[in-house]
Design a protein around this ligand. Structure first.
Ligand SMILES: [Fe+2]
Ligand SMILES: [Fe+2]
Length: 199
């Protein structure tokens, strides 16, 4: 793919997906390590990842898709309304799943190994749910947008997305902005760091 000519909106969506996939994979590894009985990773790292993966999509990624890309596609064709409805429901469902994961992590911190299975099951289901969501966006919706959107549509949504590239606003975790939180996670987790290098 030629990254120089790639639409700004699609570049941002693909990069976000790569980052979110790497953080989700790192969360899964982290939960597996908890079950292996070796040196226990600090749960604060998992909390930071949960926070990032909840706040970033909530504040930026999902609104960018819902308001710009999905809205522009709905405007041009009805053919994908069912898929888009499902994806928009999943944006809300993902937040509920993360709340359950946070609760499961708290239970693990309080009760230990007896409740680890619950945490790892939820984590695996969440990783699968997210991977499927990204796959539908990348294999159905992005190709549809490339087919149906006009140059004027792209100019409009690319400008909107580019003007929102610093979306981190007020959200912080332990005093860090979401972007510096991502850098913190990347520094702590080698696999995430590799995704950052590709950015
Ligand atoms: Fe999405
Ligand atoms: Fe997405």
């Amino acid at each position: 793919m030629n990254h120089i000519t790639e639409r700004a909106t699609l570049r941002v969506i693909r990069l976000d997906h790569k980052r979110l996939a790497s953080v989700t994979a790192a969360m899964l590894d982290f939960v597996r390590m908890l079950g292996e009985g070796g040196p226990a990773p600090d749960p604060i790292v998992l909390r930071a990842m949960l926070y990032y993966i909840r706040e970033y999509p909530e504040q930026f990624h999902h609104p960018m898709e819902d308001r710009f890309l999905f809205a522009a596609l709905r405007n041009r064709t009805d053919d994908f309304d069912d898929v888009l409805d499902e994806l928009q429901c999943e944006h809300i469902e993902g937040d509920a799943r993360l709340r359950n994961l946070e609760h499961a992590l708290t239970r693990f911190e309080l009760k230990g190994e007896a409740v680890l299975l619950g945490l790892s099951t939820l984590m695996e289901q969440y990783a699968h749910f997210c991977a499927n969501h990204r796959r539908v966006e990348e294999t159905v919706i992005i190709p549809a947008a490339e087919r149906f959107l006009t140059e004027a549509d792209w100019a409009c949504i690319d400008t909107a997305v580019e003007s929102r590239l610093d979306p981190f606003g007020e959200a912080t975790f332990e005093g860090e902005s979401l972007e510096s939180l991502y850098r913190l996670i990347a520094d702590a987790v080698p696999a995430v760091n590799e995704a950052r290098q590709d950015a």
